[in-house]
Design a protein around this ligand. Structure first.
Ligand code: NDP
Ligand code: KAL
Length: 256
């Protein structure tokens, strides 16, 4: 019997089977949780449903939710409350920056590009946490995904690094606000994983080779490993942990 039996979790950001969100969904499902999936637009409904249908256990629910739209966020969580009454956690696995901002120098970032990256990759966590709060009436865990490029300069990550630094700070402020409601808020800083977001981005292979040569574990992490870290953070095992960034990156961040 899994330790999340009888609990319900929202997973935001499954694009395909390579998504980190899918790794999280699989870990939560193995632990017996009921899952609610959200996707950015109608276009992604079928692929998400097809993937979710491969899972055993409690039946999943599906909602369209573009996180740039406050009304959509409010409607989604109202519908979720109507459907299941209570949720016990939420995985926010969403980021976006315009492709042209992810090459060259950060100094050339446009105002629009800066705002887009921050809107989708950082502010959305705050908007979603606010909407989820009344549905998390028994407390629980919110988890988001961050990257080393928010702590240190990583070539080409550019405006996404600034957005992740903002996301990391949001985790602390949200943890402080929501702690009194027994809601914990944490981030996982994942090592590089080849997902749709990473596709077509120059030097990804170089970054992976560097991990294989220099990270303490001498290998890249997998979606499943990040999934299990999220499971830990969303379970009672992490009941004393909030406002934290856990690195699931083969230890790469400690190497100078
Ligand atoms: P994916 O491409 O699989 O997932 C990115 C997701 O962001 C997609 O599902 C996409 O939805 C969603 N998204 C983008 N814009 C919106 C929007 N406006 N509203 C709702 N959803 C939106 O990539 P990953 O799994 O790699 O990314 C998940 C998280 O992990 C991100 O925060 C990323 O920064 C982080 N991360 C990734 C690492 C990696 O190496 N891959 C390393 C460290 C952190 P849709 O497909 O429906 O458009
Ligand atoms: C240093 C690294 C190399 C890559 C540099 C930048 C990566 C930025 C991540 C960002 C989320 C990617 C995008 O926004 C891609 C987007 O412009 C185009 N792609 C899409 O629109 C697809 C179809 C959808 C599904 O993608 C999204 N995001 O909606 C960073 C590497 C080593 C680690 C990574 C990939 C970190 C991370 O944050 O994802």
């Amino acid at each position: 019997m899994g330790s999340l039996e009888g609990r319900t979790y929202v997973v935001m950001g499954v694009a395909n089977k390579r998504s980190i969100a899918w790794g999280i969904a699989q870990s939560l499902n193995k632990a017996g949780a009921r899952l609610i999936f959200t996707y950015a637009s109608e276009r992604f409904e079928k692929p998400v449903r097809d993937l979710a249908n491969t899972l055993e256990g409690p039946e999943s629910s599906f909602y369209e939710c573009d996180v740039t739209n406050d009304e959509a966020i409010d409607q989604t969580f109202a519908a979720i409350q109507n459907d299941v009454d209570v949720i016990h956690g939420l995985a926010h696995c969403i980021a976006f920056a315009n492709r042209e901002e992810l090459k060259g120098e950060y100094v050339d970032t446009s105002r629009d590009g800066f705002l887009t990256a921050h809107n989708i990759s950082s502010y959305s966590l705050t908007a979603v946490a606010r909407a989820a709060k009344p549905v998390m009436s028994e407390g629980g865990g919110i988890v988001t995904l961050t990257y080393l490029g928010g702590e240190k300069v990583v070539e080409n990550y550019n405006v996404m690094g600034i957005a992740k630094a903002s996301l990391d700070a949001s985790v602390k402020y949200l943890a402080n606000d929501l702690g009194k409601h027994k809601i914990r808020v944490n981030a996982i800083s994942a090592g590089p994983i080849r997902t749709l977001s990473a596709k077509g981005i120059g030097d990804f292979n170089k970054i992976l080779t560097e991990i294989e040569e220099r990270a303490p574990l001498r290998r890249a992490v997998t979606q499943e490993e990040v999934g299990d870290t999220a499971y830990f953070l969303m379970s009672d095992l992490a009941r004393g942990v909030t406002g934290e960034v856990i690195h699931c990156d083969s230890g790469y961040n400690i190497v100078g």
